[in-house]
Write a protein that binds this ligand. Structure first.
Ligand code: WT7
Length: 635
């Protein structure tokens, strides 16, 4: 077997060379990368695809098991190395170092628990658990026996959980008695009980004891610790076809019910590991920490699969950045000598609001690489991250990708390719992005702005939406036939660097001018008294659309003056056309649980359509909606 290191770019020249190979002959390129993994049977052909159906198949006819690649194959050379480093919510509770060998044993045992409870290849298992090591064990155990995992973020409500269980007809639910988040204890089992009232496909529920709180157990509900005592230590991995389903992960669409994105075994394995090593430039001995939750794709690909496939040490954190204090992230970096730190701009902005002493009191000298994911990172946040966390010596990788893409699509490679603040920069090796105009023509050359599209398949592209292939086709392949359409706008600078400008549905045409709301927000956020803002378009008689900014201030004295300053600042920085017609000072912004602002709700408020705001129950802060409607000030 070849070593994957041979194909990791260590210099700009390497990147250029590998990139050229990957686009001039994708099949022979990906075949080489795939050969660095353990396959039970080699593929017959590398790729077959059809954008019209749409259908994508990678490593066709190949047989493998991804858990064998994450665990078994590391037993020879790194059995005692830490695979998962667990940091609990409470800093007084001991952290845990779980070696590759121990993780292997725990996964084998739990695989046998699943089998004992009648779970077979192809069955769907819903996982609704806190960020504890057993969550990773559960994910890998499903993968080991060929069951399809559907992880639901443990912050979701019972309604959201039930909808996801029912959509994919899960046979089993894995959950816990409760979960610790900051100074709160969440009654996870109670929420699950509520959900299960409306689900009839679940045969068995297995409950992990985490908080020790009292829970009700029905006859088909079993304790994790009891089940584990009944099984053997060994479990052979089930042979899977490269195109067999590995997992379903739900993502919200612009409207309607959540989309169950389906990922398959072979391509996802090859792509997540390859991008992990290239983007983060992980080396043996490094301690890598992605602060996401495994309930999101970032956690699937870059806490569990990418790092473990690569034999890395991956940190799992159970808690929140504000508990017990706003220095928790930095204290963890110090405690575990974190080398790679990967987080979201929303966390960076939130932490940057607090006194810098929180950062300065922690030793961050172990850090080598910083990462950002999930939304465009604005200049202020980028600079704060670079100056205060990276001390101007850590490359920052701004990674653009999606639940649907499975892995990172645009990013610099840490310390290898050029970085540029607020730019995701270059395509990953193997990725062929283009910009299109609204008619779908490719914009050739640099210094352009348009919608982003990908014109050639990559191994970890989602294969379908579970149970709804038509929707898959309509959302991603119909607007611009022959391309994958992610729904983001982008620009490209004179050197070919990409900058994501935001969702294309966030572009507002004002008096015939095309305005991205993200750059306007950047300007507003640069005002020293602004904590956060969101700009949306609303219908306007004369201009077609006008802009309304929802702004959170650090200090609400002198609102009127500040509002004028903001208007002048926007006018000066972008142009008078970008000046919001209305600036509304608000106490908070409606956010999804992953930290994204729900602009749909703001648009309804702005167009006075408050009767049709719809379901706000899955918001992180549903109470804020009423506060905005009744309690905020317009200028
Ligand atoms: C959407 C996908 C990627 C995993 C977490 C989010 C936005 C993501 C970036 C970035 C600008 C970004 C895009 C994308 N996005 N990363 N680095 N710069 N925008 O996954 O929930 O599926 O969301 O997040 O708009 O389409 P997701």
């Amino acid at each position: 077997m070849e070593n994957i290191n041979k194909y990791i770019a260590r210099s700009l020249e390497d990147y250029n060379k590998l990139y050229n190979q990957s686009v001039s002959n994708p099949e022979s390129f990906w075949e080489k990368i795939a050969s660095t993994f353990v396959w039970r049977k080699k593929w017959n052909n590398v790729l077959s695809f059809d954008f019209k159906k749409p259908e994508f198949k990678w490593f066709v006819g190949g047989k493998l098991n991804i858990s064998e690649n994450c665990l078994d194959r590391h037993l020879l050379d790194r059995a005692d190395q830490t695979a998962i480093l667990f940091e609990p919510n409470d800093p007084k509770e001991k952290s845990q170092e779980i070696s590759y060998k121990e993780l292997y044993q725990r996964v084998c045992k739990f695989s046998n628990v699943l089998k004992n409870n009648n779970i077979k290849k192809g069955d769907r298992v819903c996982i609704y658990m806190p960020m504890v090591p057993e969550l990773t064990v559960a994910v890998l155990a499903c993968a080991r026996i060929g069951a399809v995992h559907s992880v639901v973020f443990a912050g979701f409500s019972s309604t959201a959980l039930a909808a996801r269980i029912n959509d994919s007809e899960c046979k089993m639910l894995l959950t816990a008695d409760g979960s610790f988040r900051g100074n709160k204890t969440i009654a996870l089992k109670e929420i699950a009980d509520q959900a299960l009232i409306n689900c009839n496909t679940i045969d068995t529920t297995i409950v992990l004891k985490r908080t020790g709180q009292k829970v009700l157990m029905n006859s088909n509900e079993k304790w994790w610790h009891d089940e584990i005592l009944k099984v053997d230590e060994l479990c052979d991995a089930t042979e899977m076809d490269s195109e067999d389903m590995l997992f379903i992960l739900y993502t919200s669409g612009s409207t309607g019910k959540p989309k169950g994105m389906v990922h398959s075994c072979g391509g996802y394995m090859v792509y997540t590991a390859y991008t992990f090593l290239n983007v983060f430039q992980y080396n043996p001995g490094d301690v890598y920490w992605c602060t996401a939750d495994i309930g999101w794709v970032t956690g699937h690909s870059y806490i569990v699969y990418g790092p473990l496939l690569s034999g890395a040490t991956s940190v799992m954190f159970e808690g929140v950045p504000s508990y017990p204090n706003f220095d928790r992230f930095w204290k963890i970096c110090e405690k575990h000598k974190i080398t790679h730190f990967y987080t979201a701009p929303t966390a960076i902005r939130a932490l940057a609001k607090h006194p810098i002493s929180y950062v300065e009191n922690s030793d961050l000298s172990s850090l080598k690489v910083l990462g950002s994911v999930g939304e465009p990172i604005n200049k202020e946040a980028w600079n704060w991250y670079n100056d205060n966390i990276g001390h101007n010596k850590c490359p920052i990788v701004d990674t653009w990708w999606q639940t649907e893409t499975g892995g990172i699509m645009l990013s610099s490679l840490a310390g290898v390719t050029m970085q540029k603040p607020t730019y995701a920069t270059k395509p990953m090796i193997g990725i062929q992005p283009v910009l299109l105009d609204l008619e779908g023509n490719e914009l050739i050359g640099s210094d352009n702005e348009g919608v982003l599209a990908i014109k050639f398949p990559w191994p970890s592209i989602a294969r379908t939406i579970y149970g709804d292939h038509d929707r898959y086709k309509n959302v991603y392949f119909s607007t611009y036939p022959g391309y994958y359409f992610p729904g983001d706008g982008a620009l490209i600078d004179s050197k070919g660097n990409f900058r994501i400008t935001g969702r294309v549905d966030d572009v507002v045409i004002v008096s015939g001018h095309n305005l991205g709301t993200a750059p306007i927000e950047d300007v507003i956020n640069s005002h020293p008294n602004v904590a956060e803002s969101a700009v949306i378009g609303f219908p306007h008689e004369i201009k077609g659309n006008a802009l309304r900014a929802f702004v959170i201030l650090n200090d609400e004295n002198n609102c009127k003056e500040i509002v004028n300053e903001i208007k002048n600042l926007v006018s000066k920085t972008i142009g008078p056309i970008a000046k919001p017609d209305i600036i509304q000072i608000v106490p908070g912004l409606p956010k999804t649980r992953s930290g994204k602002i729900m602009r749909r709700i703001l648009r309804k408020i702005a167009s006075n359509d408050i009767d049709n705001i719809g379901d706000v129950s899955t918001l992180l802060n549903p109470e804020v909606v009423d506060l905005i409607i009744i309690g905020s000030k317009d200028f």
